[in-house]
Write a protein that binds this ligand. Structure first.
Ligand SMILES: NC(=O)c1ccc[n+]([C@@H]2O[C@H](COP(=O)([O-])OP(=O)(O)OC[C@H]3O[C@@H](n4cnc5c(N)ncnc54)[C@H](OP(=O)(O)O)[C@@H]3O)[C@@H](O)[C@H]2O)c1
Length: 313
C-alpha cells in the first residue's frame, strides 16, 4: 500500500509518500481500505515534533481518523464483517490506503452517507458534544468557543445553538472566518487580537489553549467554567480561578469514550440523526489526494480552514 510518513521533524515538506507492507489486523482490529482520512491539528503538531509528551519516534506515522470499507477482521472481532463501511479513530496512523481501526472505536456509516461526511462529522462532533455535555450549559447560559472554525469548533457552534444556548460567541484568529460562523448560527464573532471579546460568558470551550489560555479564562464570568480539550497546552493563572471562583475541566476523548460509554454511544446516534435531518452541517474545507498531504498540512498551519480538511487515498 501507499502511505505517508516523516523521517525528520519539520513543516509539511517533511511528509513522504512511500510504499509499505500492508498492515495485518491484530485480534481486536478491523483492516480498512480508506476512502477518507481526516487531517487534524494534533497530527500537524506531531510532524513538528510537538506532540503530547514530546516527539514521536521516527519515522513517524500520523493521522487519527478514517472512513472506508472493512476488508479483513481480527480473530476476536464481533459485530463487524468484511464489506461493512465504517468510520473510526485509529491509534497506529491513518495516512495510508489501508489502516487498522480498533473495533471498539469503529462505527458503521449509515446508508447514503459518504466517507468524507463521516470523517468530517464523527470525530469533531464527538469532541464538540463531549465538551458541551461536560460543560452542561443550563438555561440561559452563554458559551464562547475558541478555534470556532476548526473541524471541531464549527460543529460545536452549531450544536450549542441546537441545544438552545441563547448566546454563542465564536472566537477565531481572522475576521475572514466571520461570515462562515454567522452562517452556522454564531451570535457573535470575535478575533483573538480584539481588545474586548464582549460581555464575559458562563462557559468557554477552549480548542486552542497555549498563549490564548489566560485570555480565554479571562472571558469566563465569575462562577463560570472552561472546558480544556485542546492540544495547545498552556499555563493556568491560578489566582484567576480563586478570585473569580472559576473552574477548569480537562477533557480527552480517549477517557470520555471509555468512562462515559453510554453517553458516547448516544452522541454518535445524535450526530447522525441531526446530520440526516439536515440540522447539522459538517463543512468540508478541502478534499485533497493522499499524495498532497503536505498541502493539507499547509492549510492547517496557515490557520485558514473553514471546517474539515480531508485526504482521499
Ligand atoms: N481532547 C481531545 O480528545 C481532542 C480530540 C480532538 C481534537 N481536540 C482538539 O480540538 C482542537 C481542534 O482540533 P481540530 O482537529 O478540530 O482542528 P482543525 O480542524 O485541524 O483546525 C485547526 C484550527 O485550530 C486553530 N489553531 C489554533 N492554534 C493553532 C496553531 N498553532 N496552528 C494551527 N492552527 C491553530 C486554527 O483556527 P484559528 O486560527 O481560528 O484559531 C485552525 O484553523 C485542537 O486543539 C485539538 O487538539 C481534542
Amino acid at each position: 500500500m501507499r502511505r505517508v510518513r516523516f523521517h525528520a521533524y519539520g513543516g509539511p515538506e517533511v511528509l513522504r509518500l512511500e510504499e509499505a507492507e500492508d498492515p495485518v489486523p491484530g485480534p481486536g482490529d478491523l483492516l480498512v481500505r480508506t476512502e477518507a482520512i481526516g487531517v487534524t491539528l494534533p497530527s500537524v503538531r506531531r510532524v513538528r515534533g510537538d506532540g503530547k509528551g514530546g516527539g514521536d519516534p521516527l519515522p513517524g506515522v500520523i493521522g487519527g481518523e478514517i472512513a472506508g470499507e472493512v476488508i479483513a477482521i481480527g480473530s476476536e472481532v464481533t459485530g463487524f464483517a468484511v464489506g461493512d463501511r465504517v468510520t473510526s479513530l485509529t491509534l497506529t496512523g491513518s495516512y495510508g490506503e489501508l489502516a487498522l481501526a480498533p473495533a471498539f472505536l469503529a462505527s458503521r456509516i449509515p446508508d447514503g452517507a459518504s466517507a468524507v461526511e463521516a470523517v468530517a462529522l464523527v470525530r469533531g462532533g464527538h469532541v464538540a458534544l463531549a465538551a458541551l455535555s461536560t460543560a452542561a450549559p443550563a438555561g440561559g447560559e452563554s458559551v464562547l468557543i475558541t478555534g470556532a472554525a476548526s473541524g471541531t469548533g464549527h460543529l460545536a457552534v452549531q450544536l450549542a445553538k441546537l441545544q438552545g444556548v441563547p448566546r454563542v460567541v465564536a472566537a477565531v484568529s481572522s475576521p475572514a472566518k466571520a461570515e462562515f460562523l454567522y452562517g452556522l448560527g454564531a451570535d457573535e464573532v470575535v478575533t483573538y487580537d480584539q481588545e474586548s471579546w464582549g460581555e464575559p460568558v458562563d462557559i468557554v470551550l477552549d480548542g486552542v489553549g497555549g498563549e490564548l489560555l489566560p485570555r480565554a479564562l479571562a472571558a469566563v464570568a465569575p462562577g463560570g467554567r472552561l472546558i480544556f480539550f485542546n492540544s495547545g497546552g498552556g499555563t493556568v493563572p491560578a489566582y484567576e480561578l480563586l478570585a473569580g471562583a472559576k473552574t477548569i475541566t480537562g477533557l480527552t476523548m480517549r477517557r470520555f469514550s471509555t468512562v462515559h460509554r453510554e453517553r458516547y454511544e448516544r452522541h454518535r446516534e445524535e450526530l447522525w440523526e441531526l446530520a440526516g435531518a439536515g440540522r447539522l452541517r459538517a463543512a468540508v474545507h478541502a478534499e485533497l489526494p493522499l499524495a498532497d498531504a503536505a498541502k493539507a498540512h499547509e492549510i492547517i498551519e496557515g490557520r485558514a480552514n473553514l471546517g474539515k480538511v480531508v485526504l482521499r487515498p
